[in-house]
Design a protein around this ligand. Structure first.
Ligand SMILES: *[C@@H]1O[C@H](CO)[C@@H](O)[C@H](O)[C@H]1NC(C)=O
Ligand SMILES: *[C@@H]1O[C@H](CO)[C@@H](O)[C@H](O)[C@H]1NC(C)=O
Ligand SMILES: *[C@@H]1O[C@H](CO)[C@@H](O)[C@H](O)[C@H]1NC(C)=O
Ligand SMILES: *[C@@H]1O[C@H](CO)[C@@H](O)[C@H](O)[C@H]1NC(C)=O
Ligand SMILES: *[C@@H]1O[C@H](CO)[C@@H](O)[C@H](O)[C@H]1NC(C)=O
Length: 391
């Protein structure tokens, strides 16, 4: 403080002070000495938390008001606007990721998105369109699709013509950022499949092991920078709160034991990422605690500019404005009159969009928090996630 109060401090002194300061800072904080990564592409694996159009390429599309805030029309995203992965791509000046499954107007030059809504890590026992069915595009299938893209994109580039310009360059597969956000539906499949909390909890090591196997396969195809999200507080979402009304609530009203299973999953996932880091010294694996950031929105909404965190913006009825038979954008009959389930007045102050997924405002907040590195292990920010640091 004293230094800056000295009015006679010359510019030369100030800049040499800055140099010394940065040199010291660099010595004591090795992460800050690293050069920003230049990821030319992103390959994403996951579920609806990062789907940018894979699900709707194969299954019934989303209705308005999905997409209303940013795209002003449904845009294959389970939100009113952008997803965390959209903000990740933007931060590297990359355009929106095309969904691998989308056969219309896709451009894979800056990567591809294999995520589809309702995807699991483990083989789903019931698939869409069965009642309570999950996506057939579970993580192993997403890996297979990635392998296809990796090989065939280079054949297409060699052939030339219009499609060649829509494929990533060969070296991008090595240089790209590989992002993951998956696991929520493995827990959901257990809860909705009549399993007890203890049974779902006991299935966690198998789920995480399967994840490990698939990430190793992706590594074996040349991936070297991994950014792995943990799973969010599933017990704070309307679809759990409404379907399991007798669940014990924590101090903020979230279903306690459901969140505890998510926490156990995250604990095991973090161990797995540590293991990957040991097994593959030439790759950078970052574990990202999305759970804590999302939970802070339920715990201290006002502090972050939000309100009524348990109440969905787009939904119908009940304490949480959520009813699975009156989903966001659907048409229902109330007292003999047809109405469309629409959205709240101001999605920018609500956390939950449709009882299962987050609003663009919440996604943006989560991105801003996690991109700093404050929630990463090791504590590397997103733009340094190509570097392997100690730990
Ligand atoms: C594909 O995307 C890249 C990156 O955003 C862009 O530069 C290119 O013009 C696009 N190609 C076509 C044919 O739209
Ligand atoms: C759920 O469990 C109950 C009691 O164990 C059983 O009667 C019912 O058939 C199960 N339902 C499903 C969908 O497995
Ligand atoms: C889940 O299993 C772990 C390991 O056995 C245990 O520590 C934890 O308390 C369990 N959580 C729940 C909610 O059953
Ligand atoms: C959910 O909506 C359906 C159809 O509108 C209605 O029949 C049902 O009572 C609602 N359920 C709850 C728990 O409000
Ligand atoms: C439906 O009609 C009943 C009886 O007129 C009324 O009490 C109720 O508020 C109406 N429900 C809705 C959602 O408008």
């Amino acid at each position: 403080m004293e230094l800056f109060s000295t009015t006679s401090l010359s510019m030369t002194n100030l800049s040499s002070f800055c140099l010394v300061f940065f040199a010291l800072f660099t010595i004591f904080n090795p992460i800050s000495a690293l050069k920003s990564c230049e990821f030319p592409a992103i390959f994403n694996f996951g579920d609806s938390n990062s789907d940018t159009g894979g699900f709707v390429a194969s299954f019934p599309p989303l209705n308005s008001p999905y997409g209303e805030t940013y795209f002003h029309m449904p845009a294959g995203r389970f939100s009113d606007g952008r997803m965390i992965i959209d903000f990740v791509a933007k931060s590297f000046d990359l355009s929106f990721l095309s969904a691998y499954l989308d056969s219309l107007g896709t451009n894979f030059t800056v990567g591809a998105n294999f995520a589809t809504a309702s995807s699991t890590i483990t083989l789903p026992t019931t698939v869409i369109p069965a009642n309570n069915g999950f996506s057939p595009f579970y993580l192993r299938v997403q890996y297979n699709q990635f392998e296809q893209l990796k090989g065939r994109s280079q054949l297409i580039r060699k052939q030339g013509g219009v499609f060649a310009q829509l494929m990533p360059m060969e070296e991008y597969f090595h240089k790209a950022l590989y992002t993951f956000d998956i696991g929520q539906n493995d827990l959901g499949a257990g809860f909705f499949g009549n399993k007890s909390i203890e049974e779902v909890n006991a299935s966690v090591p198998n789920i995480v092991n399967t994840f490990l196997t698939d990430v190793k396969s992706i590594y074996n195809l040349g991936a070297r920078s991994f950014w792995i999200h943990n799973t969010g507080p599933i017990g704070c979402l309307g679809y759990i709160l409404v379907n399991f009304p007798s669940a014990e609530k924590d101090s903020v009203g979230c279903a306690k034991s459901y969140n505890e299973v998510a926490q156990y999953f995250n604990h095991e996932l973090k161990e797995t990422v540590l293991q990957l880091r040991k097994d593959f010294p030439s790759a950078a694996f970052t574990y990202v605690d999305v759970y804590s950031v999302k939970y802070s929105l339920f715990n201290e909404p006002q502090k972050h500019g939000f309100e009524l965190p348990l109440v969905a913006c787009c939904g119908y009825g009940g304490l949480y404005n959520y009813n699975s038979s009156a989903g966001c954008g659907s048409t229902i009959t109330v007292n003999g009159t047809q109405i469309t389930v629409g959205s709240c007045d101001d999605p920018s102050v609500l956390v939950v969009w449709d009882g299962i997924h987050y609003t663009e405002a919440a996604n943006k907040f989560v991105f801003e928090q996690i991109s700093t590195g404050a929630f990463s292990d090791p504590p590397v920010p997103l733009n340094l996630a190509c570097h392997r640091t100690l730990g």
